[in-house]
Write a protein that binds this ligand. Structure first.
Ligand SMILES: [Zn+2]
Length: 444
């Protein structure tokens, strides 16, 4: 095969249906695309690649997908904890964002979160944050695949005086990044309770015009369900269905409080669900019924949400918690078995974002988003089943190399696209400004 990169020296998990782990396997890449997957011996014998990435006896697998986050909020990690969502947002997060989140700060926060993500084996994220043009540019330069959206709200935001301005910025990014290799522009109406019906409909229309994903927070809290019921006479899911907002391009984030009919509607419209378990637990919003999503065959992936409500972008950690929690809650140890969990982290997440035909499994024709995970530490030796290790034993720090769209972005845990030392210094300087605001607030 004719290729410019071969990833070898480990066991390949293609994550294709019914595929067995391929010991001593290799993945050949040309111009960002996977061109062959097979036994390393055969691939290396008749290929003259420009580069070889050695997995060091570890696992070679698709990169992890984080289906929902607010990257730049990495700068606000630990800023306000142990509060219910409404007060957390209205009294702490939104005022601080209005004061501090200018375009350059968003760019810095995005860079910080991209660095964290790539080091945790995440090669694709879906983001919703202000100054989406800067988010797109930063993720592209970091080499992190990203679905990006400007949050649309009825009230002024750090980036826009009005929703007209936010919609215009969205349209610009939809146009500019239409055919980009790693940036997927999307439309991001914030939530049913922060937008008027007319503005929700405008967002849906824009997403339809560009056939883009539409990201929306949905049915996160009991308060949201009660207030939409009171004002609109339907559940949040039913309300959006009626407005024409739901489609197979919708990514519904949270879906914690959904009833039987809601689940039916989500399936009928083929909506993708981002399960943000840790964020929902931390804000005490409830537990998203992941086992029911799976039992109904809905499209599901894991999302961390922003670092201010998690407080990590480590989607592997979230999934590992889910694997345990739903067994305990249901009393059924067969719920969320190890391989299924790894599917949700890779191809499942890719499908939620509408990228199932481009990433999520290792197969010729797809883009090369690949990670190598070491299994040579005491906590992963010996190994009977790679899926078991990923679901119950591995840690994000075991990820050795990350490749996105054929570009090596981390080698031996060193980021090649971001200056880590400088980034840490810049993030600390920005935090000093955030700290000033926080102490002023505390003294009020
Ligand atoms: Zn969110």
């Amino acid at each position: 095969v004719n290729c410019d990169l071969i990833i070898s020296g480990g066991t390949v998990l293609t994550m294709e249906p019914d595929s067995a782990p391929l010991a001593d396997g290799a993945v050949a890449v040309r111009d960002g695309e996977i061109v062959a997957v097979g036994p390393a011996k055969a691939l290396l014998a008749d290929a003259k690649p420009a580069a070889v990435l050695d997995a060091g006896g570890g696992l070679i697998m698709p990169g992890l997908v984080n289906t929902h986050t607010h990257l730049a909020m990495a700068l606000m990690r630990g800023f306000a904890d142990d509060l219910p969502l409404k007060s957390w947002l209205e009294d702490h997060i939104w005022p601080a964002e209005r004061e501090l989140m200018d375009a350059d700060t968003v760019a810095l926060g995005t860079r910080l979160a991209a660095a964290e993500s790539l080091r945790e084996g995440v090669t694709c994220v879906a983001d919703m944050y202000f100054f989406v043009d800067r988010v797109a540019a930063e993720t592209a330069s970091a080499g992190l695949r990203a679905v990006v959206s400007e949050p649309l709200l009825d009230f002024p935001t750090p980036s826009s005086e009005s929703i007209d301005e936010s919609l215009a910025r969205t349209r610009d990014v939809l146009t500019a990044y239409r055919d980009h290799r790693t940036v997927v522009p999307a439309v991001g109406p914030h939530a049913p309770y922060t937008l008027s019906p007319a503005n929700l409909a405008r967002a849906a229309e824009l997403s339809d015009d560009f056939s883009s994903p539409l990201l929306i927070h949905l049915s996160e809290t009991r308060w949201e369900v009660d207030s939409i019921r009171k004002e609109r006479g339907a559940t949040p899911v039913g309300y959006l269905a009626e407005l024409g907002v739901l489609s197979e391009r919708t990514v519904a984030v949270h879906c914690v409080h959904v009833d039987y009919d809601d689940l039916g509607a989500l399936g009928e419209f083929d909506v993708g669900i981002s399960c943000t378990l840790v964020s929902n637990l931390k804000l005490a919003s409830g537990v998203p019924p992941l086992h029911q999503f799976l039992a109904r065959g809905l499209k599901v992936g894991f999302g961390t949400d922003g670092s201010a409500s998690n407080n990590s972008l480590d989607v592997l950690r979230d999934a590992q918690l889910a694997a345990l929690l739903f067994k305990g809650l249901t009393g059924d140890p067969t719920v969320l078995p190890a391989r299924r969990l790894v599917e949700l982290l890779t191809i499942g997440g890719a499908r939620v974002l509408g990228l199932g035909d481009r990433i999520g499994t290792l197969v010729p024709g797809k883009r090369a988003d690949v990670i190598c995970v070491a299994v040579s530490e005491p906590h992963t030796v010996p190994m009977f089943d790679p899926f078991s290790h990923l679901a119950y034993a591995a840690r994000a720090a075991d990820v050795r190399h990350s490749v996105v769209d054929g570009r090596i972005v981390m080698r031996d845990r060193e980021l090649l696209t971001i200056d880590g030392e400088r980034l840490v210094a810049e993030a600390r300087a920005a935090a000093a400004r955030i700290g000033v605001r926080r102490s002023r607030k505390a003294s009020l």
